[in-house]
Design a protein. Structure first.
Length: 467
C-alpha cells in the first residue's frame, strides 16, 4: 500500500461515518485511481462499498480496474448487480473483459447480461477470442481517419471523438472497406500544414497484430518497434481494435512472474502471492518438490555403488558437497541465462551450436578457476589436519587427492554448464516451456551426475593411493 493511501484511509473512514459524501467525492477526485483503489481495499467491506458509490462515474470505473480480482468480486457483491453493472459499463472494453475473465462464471454471465446491447456486443466479441490471445487485450476505442481528409479535418475529428479513445498518441488511417492502410503519430499531424492531405503524410509503414496471436507477441513487437499502441487486424486486413502499452505491460509482468516462479521450481501461481491459499501453495510447490525428491534418489543409487570405496577412503565424502555444488551452481546459472535469452527472443533452438561454443569457453574459464580453488581447499584442510586418511597407501596422498578434487570440479563445472545451457533449448524444441528447466531441476540432475563424475575420477586417480 502506498504512503498516500495509508494517510487517506483514516480521513475517508471519518468522512464515510459522518456522511459527508460531497467532501468525500471531491477529496478522492484529486487522487490517482491506483491510490484510491488501495484506499478502498484498506476499508471495511461496508465502508468500501459506500465510498465507492460516491465516486464520480469515470473515477469509479478507473478505480475498479486497479482493484485485485478478489476485491472486485467482493465489491460487486456489496454493490449489487444493478450498481455494479453501471461501473462495469463505464470501464474500457479491455479492462471489462479482464474483470469478466477473473470472476466466477455465474457472476460473469449476470454481468454480461446486464450490460447495454452495444457494450454486450463489444464485450462478447472480445471474449470470443482464446484466453491469452491478443484479442483479449484489444480495445475498439481508437481514432480512425480517412486518407482524403485534410489535416485540419483530421484534427477536428480527433477533438470531437478523441475523448472516448484509449489513446490519441497514434491514429489510424483506413480505407472505405475498413482496411488499415497506415498509422500516424499525432505529432506528425500537429506539425503538418492544415491544408495538407492525410495521404500525402502517410509512409504506409506499420506493424500489425492478429487477434488470435499469443499476447507475448504483442509484448515482443511493442518492445522491438518502440510503440505505445499496435493495431489489431483480421484476415482481410480490416482494423478491429488496438492494443496499448499499459495492457502489454501487465502481460509482460505476468509472463516474467510465471517464468521466475518456474525457475524457482514452483508451478505458476494463478493469483498474487498473499492471496494464494495454503492448499494452492501446497499443490503448486509440493508436486515439484516430490518430483525433485524422486530425482534425488538417483544420487543414493550412485553412492551405493561406491560404498566399498568410500569405506576405505572416507575422506572423499568430505569434499563431495564441494564438487557437486560447483556443478549445480554453474548449471543453474547457464540455464537461467539461456532461458531468459529465449524469452527475450535473443536466441532460438537453431542457435544451439553458437550457445554451446560460447558456454564451452565460459566453462573452461570457470572450471579452471574453481578447480584451482578446489586444489587450494584440499591442501589447506589436509595441512591443518581437518582432512585425514589413516589408511593411505602413498605418502603423497594429499597431493593426489587435491588432483582428484580439482579434476572433478573442472569436469563437473564443464558438464553442468553444457547441461544447463542445452536443456532449455531441447525443451523449447519439443514444445515445453524452457522455464521448466529450472535451477532446482538442473541442480538435482547435477547431484547424481556430479557424484558419479567425482567418485569415478577419484577411483581412477586414487587407486593404490587411498582406495
Amino acid at each position: 500500500m502506498t504512503p498516500t493511501a495509508e494517510l487517506l484511509i483514516p480521513e475517508v473512514e471519518e468522512l464515510v461515518r459522518s456522511q459527508r459524501f460531497g467532501e468525500l467525492r471531491e477529496a478522492l477526485h484529486a487522487v490517482h485511481p491506483a491510490d484510491v483503489a488501495d484506499v478502498v481495499t484498506g476499508l471495511e467491506p461496508r465502508d468500501a462499498a459506500v465510498c465507492f458509490r460516491f465516486l464520480q462515474r469515470d473515477d469509479a470505473a478507473a478505480v475498479f480496474s486497479y482493484l485485485s480480482p478478489e476485491a472486485q468480486e467482493h465489491l460487486i457483491t456489496q454493490l449489487g448487480n444493478e450498481e455494479a453493472s453501471r461501473v462495469i459499463e463505464a470501464m474500457t472494453p479491455d479492462d471489462r473483459v479482464h474483470l469478466l475473465d477473473e470472476v466466477p462464471e455465474d457472476v460473469c454471465q449476470r454481468l454480461v447480461a446486464s450490460l447495454s446491447p452495444e457494450s454486450r456486443k463489444v464485450t462478447q466479441a472480445i471474449l470470443g477470442y482464446p484466453p491469452r490471445s491478443v484479442g483479449r487485450l484489444m480495445t475498439p476505442d481508437y481514432v480512425r481517419l480517412r486518407p482524403d481528409w485534410s489535416v485540419a479535418e483530421a484534427l477536428d475529428h480527433i477533438r470531437r471523438y478523441g475523448r472516448d479513445a484509449e489513446t490519441i498518441n497514434v491514429v489510424y488511417v483506413i480505407d472505405n472497406e475498413g482496411r488499415l492502410i497506415d498509422d500516424m503519430r499525432l505529432r506528425s499531424l500537429l506539425l503538418a500544414p492544415p491544408g495538407a492531405r492525410i495521404e500525402d503524410l502517410m509512409n504506409r509503414s506499420f506493424v500489425t497484430l492478429r487477434g488470435d496471436q499469443p499476447q507475448q507477441d504483442a509484448v515482443s513487437l511493442m518492445a522491438r518497434y518502440d510503440r505505445n499502441a499496435l493495431p489489431v487486424v483480421d484476415s482481410r486486413g480490416a482494423l478491429i481494435g488496438i492494443v496499448t502499452s499499459d495492457d502489454v505491460a501487465d502481460v509482460a509482468q505476468e509472463e516474467a512472474t510465471e517464468d521466475i516462479q518456474k525457475l524457482g521450481g514452483v508451478a505458476a501461481l494463478s493469483e498474487p502471492y498473499m492471496q494464494a491459499g495454503h492448499l494452492e501453495m501446497f499443490k503448486k510447490r509440493g508436486v515439484w518438490l516430490a518430483a525433485l525428491f524422486i530425482g534425488q534418489t538417483i544420487t543414493i543409487i550412485v553412492l551405493g555403488g561406491f560404498q566399498k570405496q568410500l569405506d576405505k577412503a572416507a575422506v572423499l565424502v568430505m569434499f563431495l558437497p564441494l564438487v557437486i555444488s560447483c556443478g549445480g551452481n554453474s548449471g543453474s546459472q547457464a540455464a537461467t541465462l539461456v532461458t531468459r535469452a529465449l524469452g527475450l527472443g535473443e536466441v532460438t533452438p537453431r542457435d544451439w551450436w553458437r550457445i554451446v561454443r560460447k558456454e564451452l569457453v565460459s566453462g573452461l574459464l570457470l572450471g579452471g578457476t574453481l578447480a584451482l580453488l578446489g586444489w587450494l581447499c584440499v591442501e589447506f584442510f589436509t595441512l591443518i589436519g581437518h582432512a585425514r586418511a589413516e589408511d593411505a597407501r602413498h605418502p603423497q596422498w594429499a597431493q593426489w587427492l587435491a588432483i582428484s578434487v580439482a579434476g572433478s570440479i573442472f569436469s563437473v563445472v564443464l558438464w553442468g554448464i553444457l547441461l544447463g545451457s542445452t536443456l532449455p533449448l531441447v525443451m523449447r524444441r519439443v514444445g515445453i516451456d524452457p522455464a521448466t528447466a529450472s535451477s532446482p531441476m538442473v541442480a538435482t540432475l547435477m547431484d547424481a551426475s556430479g557424484t558419479l563424475i567425482y567418485l569415478g575420477m577419484a577411483i581412477l586417480i586414487l587407486t593404490g593411493v587411498l582406495v
